[in-house]
Design a protein around this ligand. Structure first.
Ligand SMILES: [Zn+2]
Length: 172
């Protein structure tokens, strides 16, 4: 069997193909990239419509706290107006439109024009995706400014199936 090593742009990962062009593995080149950071400690607000328990979210925060990140607080918002983040907040809410069928969740980051620092974040997730392992941890990684990293078993791998709890390069 012949293996082909190909650079795939623009994500700068090495992709390993078999002769029938079936992708068998990917290797990231270099360290994960963090495109923005927070000035202070973000507050986390869970809209109750996501059906995510505070325990589940705390578990995700613990993953990042072990890597040196800090969060001010986390609570569940039962009001109907939950959905818009205030300054300094990460909110977890239901998707506004439909996510594509391959997406389990999505994260939108708002940065300050002048400093480039993260001002607020919206994480969109359906209840059934939020219950899957690693989904909230992964989106929280985006909320902390991390981009995708195509290393197998890595937390920031874009594919849930190829990802894992590997946190290489993510320490604060
Ligand atoms: Zn992602």
């Amino acid at each position: 069997m012949t293996l082909w090593l190909a650079y795939s742009t623009p994500d700068e990962s090495l992709v390993l193909y078999t002769t029938d062009r079936r992708m068998v593995d990917t290797f990231a080149i270099g360290a994960p990239l963090q495109k923005a950071t927070w000035e202070g400690k973000p507050r986390v607000r869970i809209c109750h419509t996501t059906e995510l328990s505070i325990f589940r979210v705390q578990k995700a925060l613990k993953y990042w706290e072990m890597l040196g990140y800090e969060f001010e607080s986390v609570y569940t918002d039962y009001t109907l107006t939950c959905g818009e983040p205030r300054y300094g907040e990460i909110i977890i809410t239901l998707p506004e439109g439909n996510l594509t069928e391959h997406q389990m969740a999505a994260t939108r980051i708002y940065t300050e024009k002048i400093t480039g620092k993260i001002a607020k974040v919206k994480i969109f997730v359906y209840p059934k995706s939020g219950r899957k392992e690693r989904v909230i941890e992964h989106e929280m990684g985006h909320a902390l400014g991390w981009q995708h990293h195509k290393q197998k078993f890595h937390m920031m791998h874009p594919s849930w199936y190829l990802g894992g709890y590997d946190h290489a390069g993510l320490r604060k």
